[in-house]
Design a binder for this molecule. Structure first.
Ligand code: SF4
Length: 101
């Protein structure tokens, strides 16, 4: 997953720049396999990292957030229990990626 977008614009207003803002809100809150189709919109979302960090930091359990299904997010949280702030981790990762060019 690429998160090297929007490094200079992490701002609190990220939700207003979400690609899904104009679609049916229920489209991202589907179950099971349908989540994989639902997350297609996230691939080109300029605030994917912000959205994912929000969901991970708040342990949001239901729906597609940041291009990940609830199952994928649970797996990531289990894999990286050392990360206490996903917002910080993803933001720093984006800054490092931006410096590399
Ligand atoms: S990453 Fe996906 S769920 Fe999150 S704001 Fe963007 S389009 Fe919406």
């Amino acid at each position: 997953m690429s998160v090297a977008v929007g490094v200079g614009r992490w701002g609190e207003d990220w939700a207003s720049r979400a690609l899904c803002v104009s679609q049916d809100p229920d489209a991202l809150f589907v179950r099971g396999k349908a989540q994989h189709d639902a997350k297609a919109v996230c691939k080109s979302c300029p605030v994917l990292a912000q959205c994912l960090a929000e969901a991970l930091d708040n342990r949001t359990e239901f729906g597609v957030w940041g291009g990940m299904t609830e199952r994928e997010r649970r797996a990531l949280l289990r894999k990286r229990p050392d990360i206490t702030s996903w917002r910080t981790a993803l933001r720093e990762g984006m800054a490092a990626a931006a410096q590399k060019g």
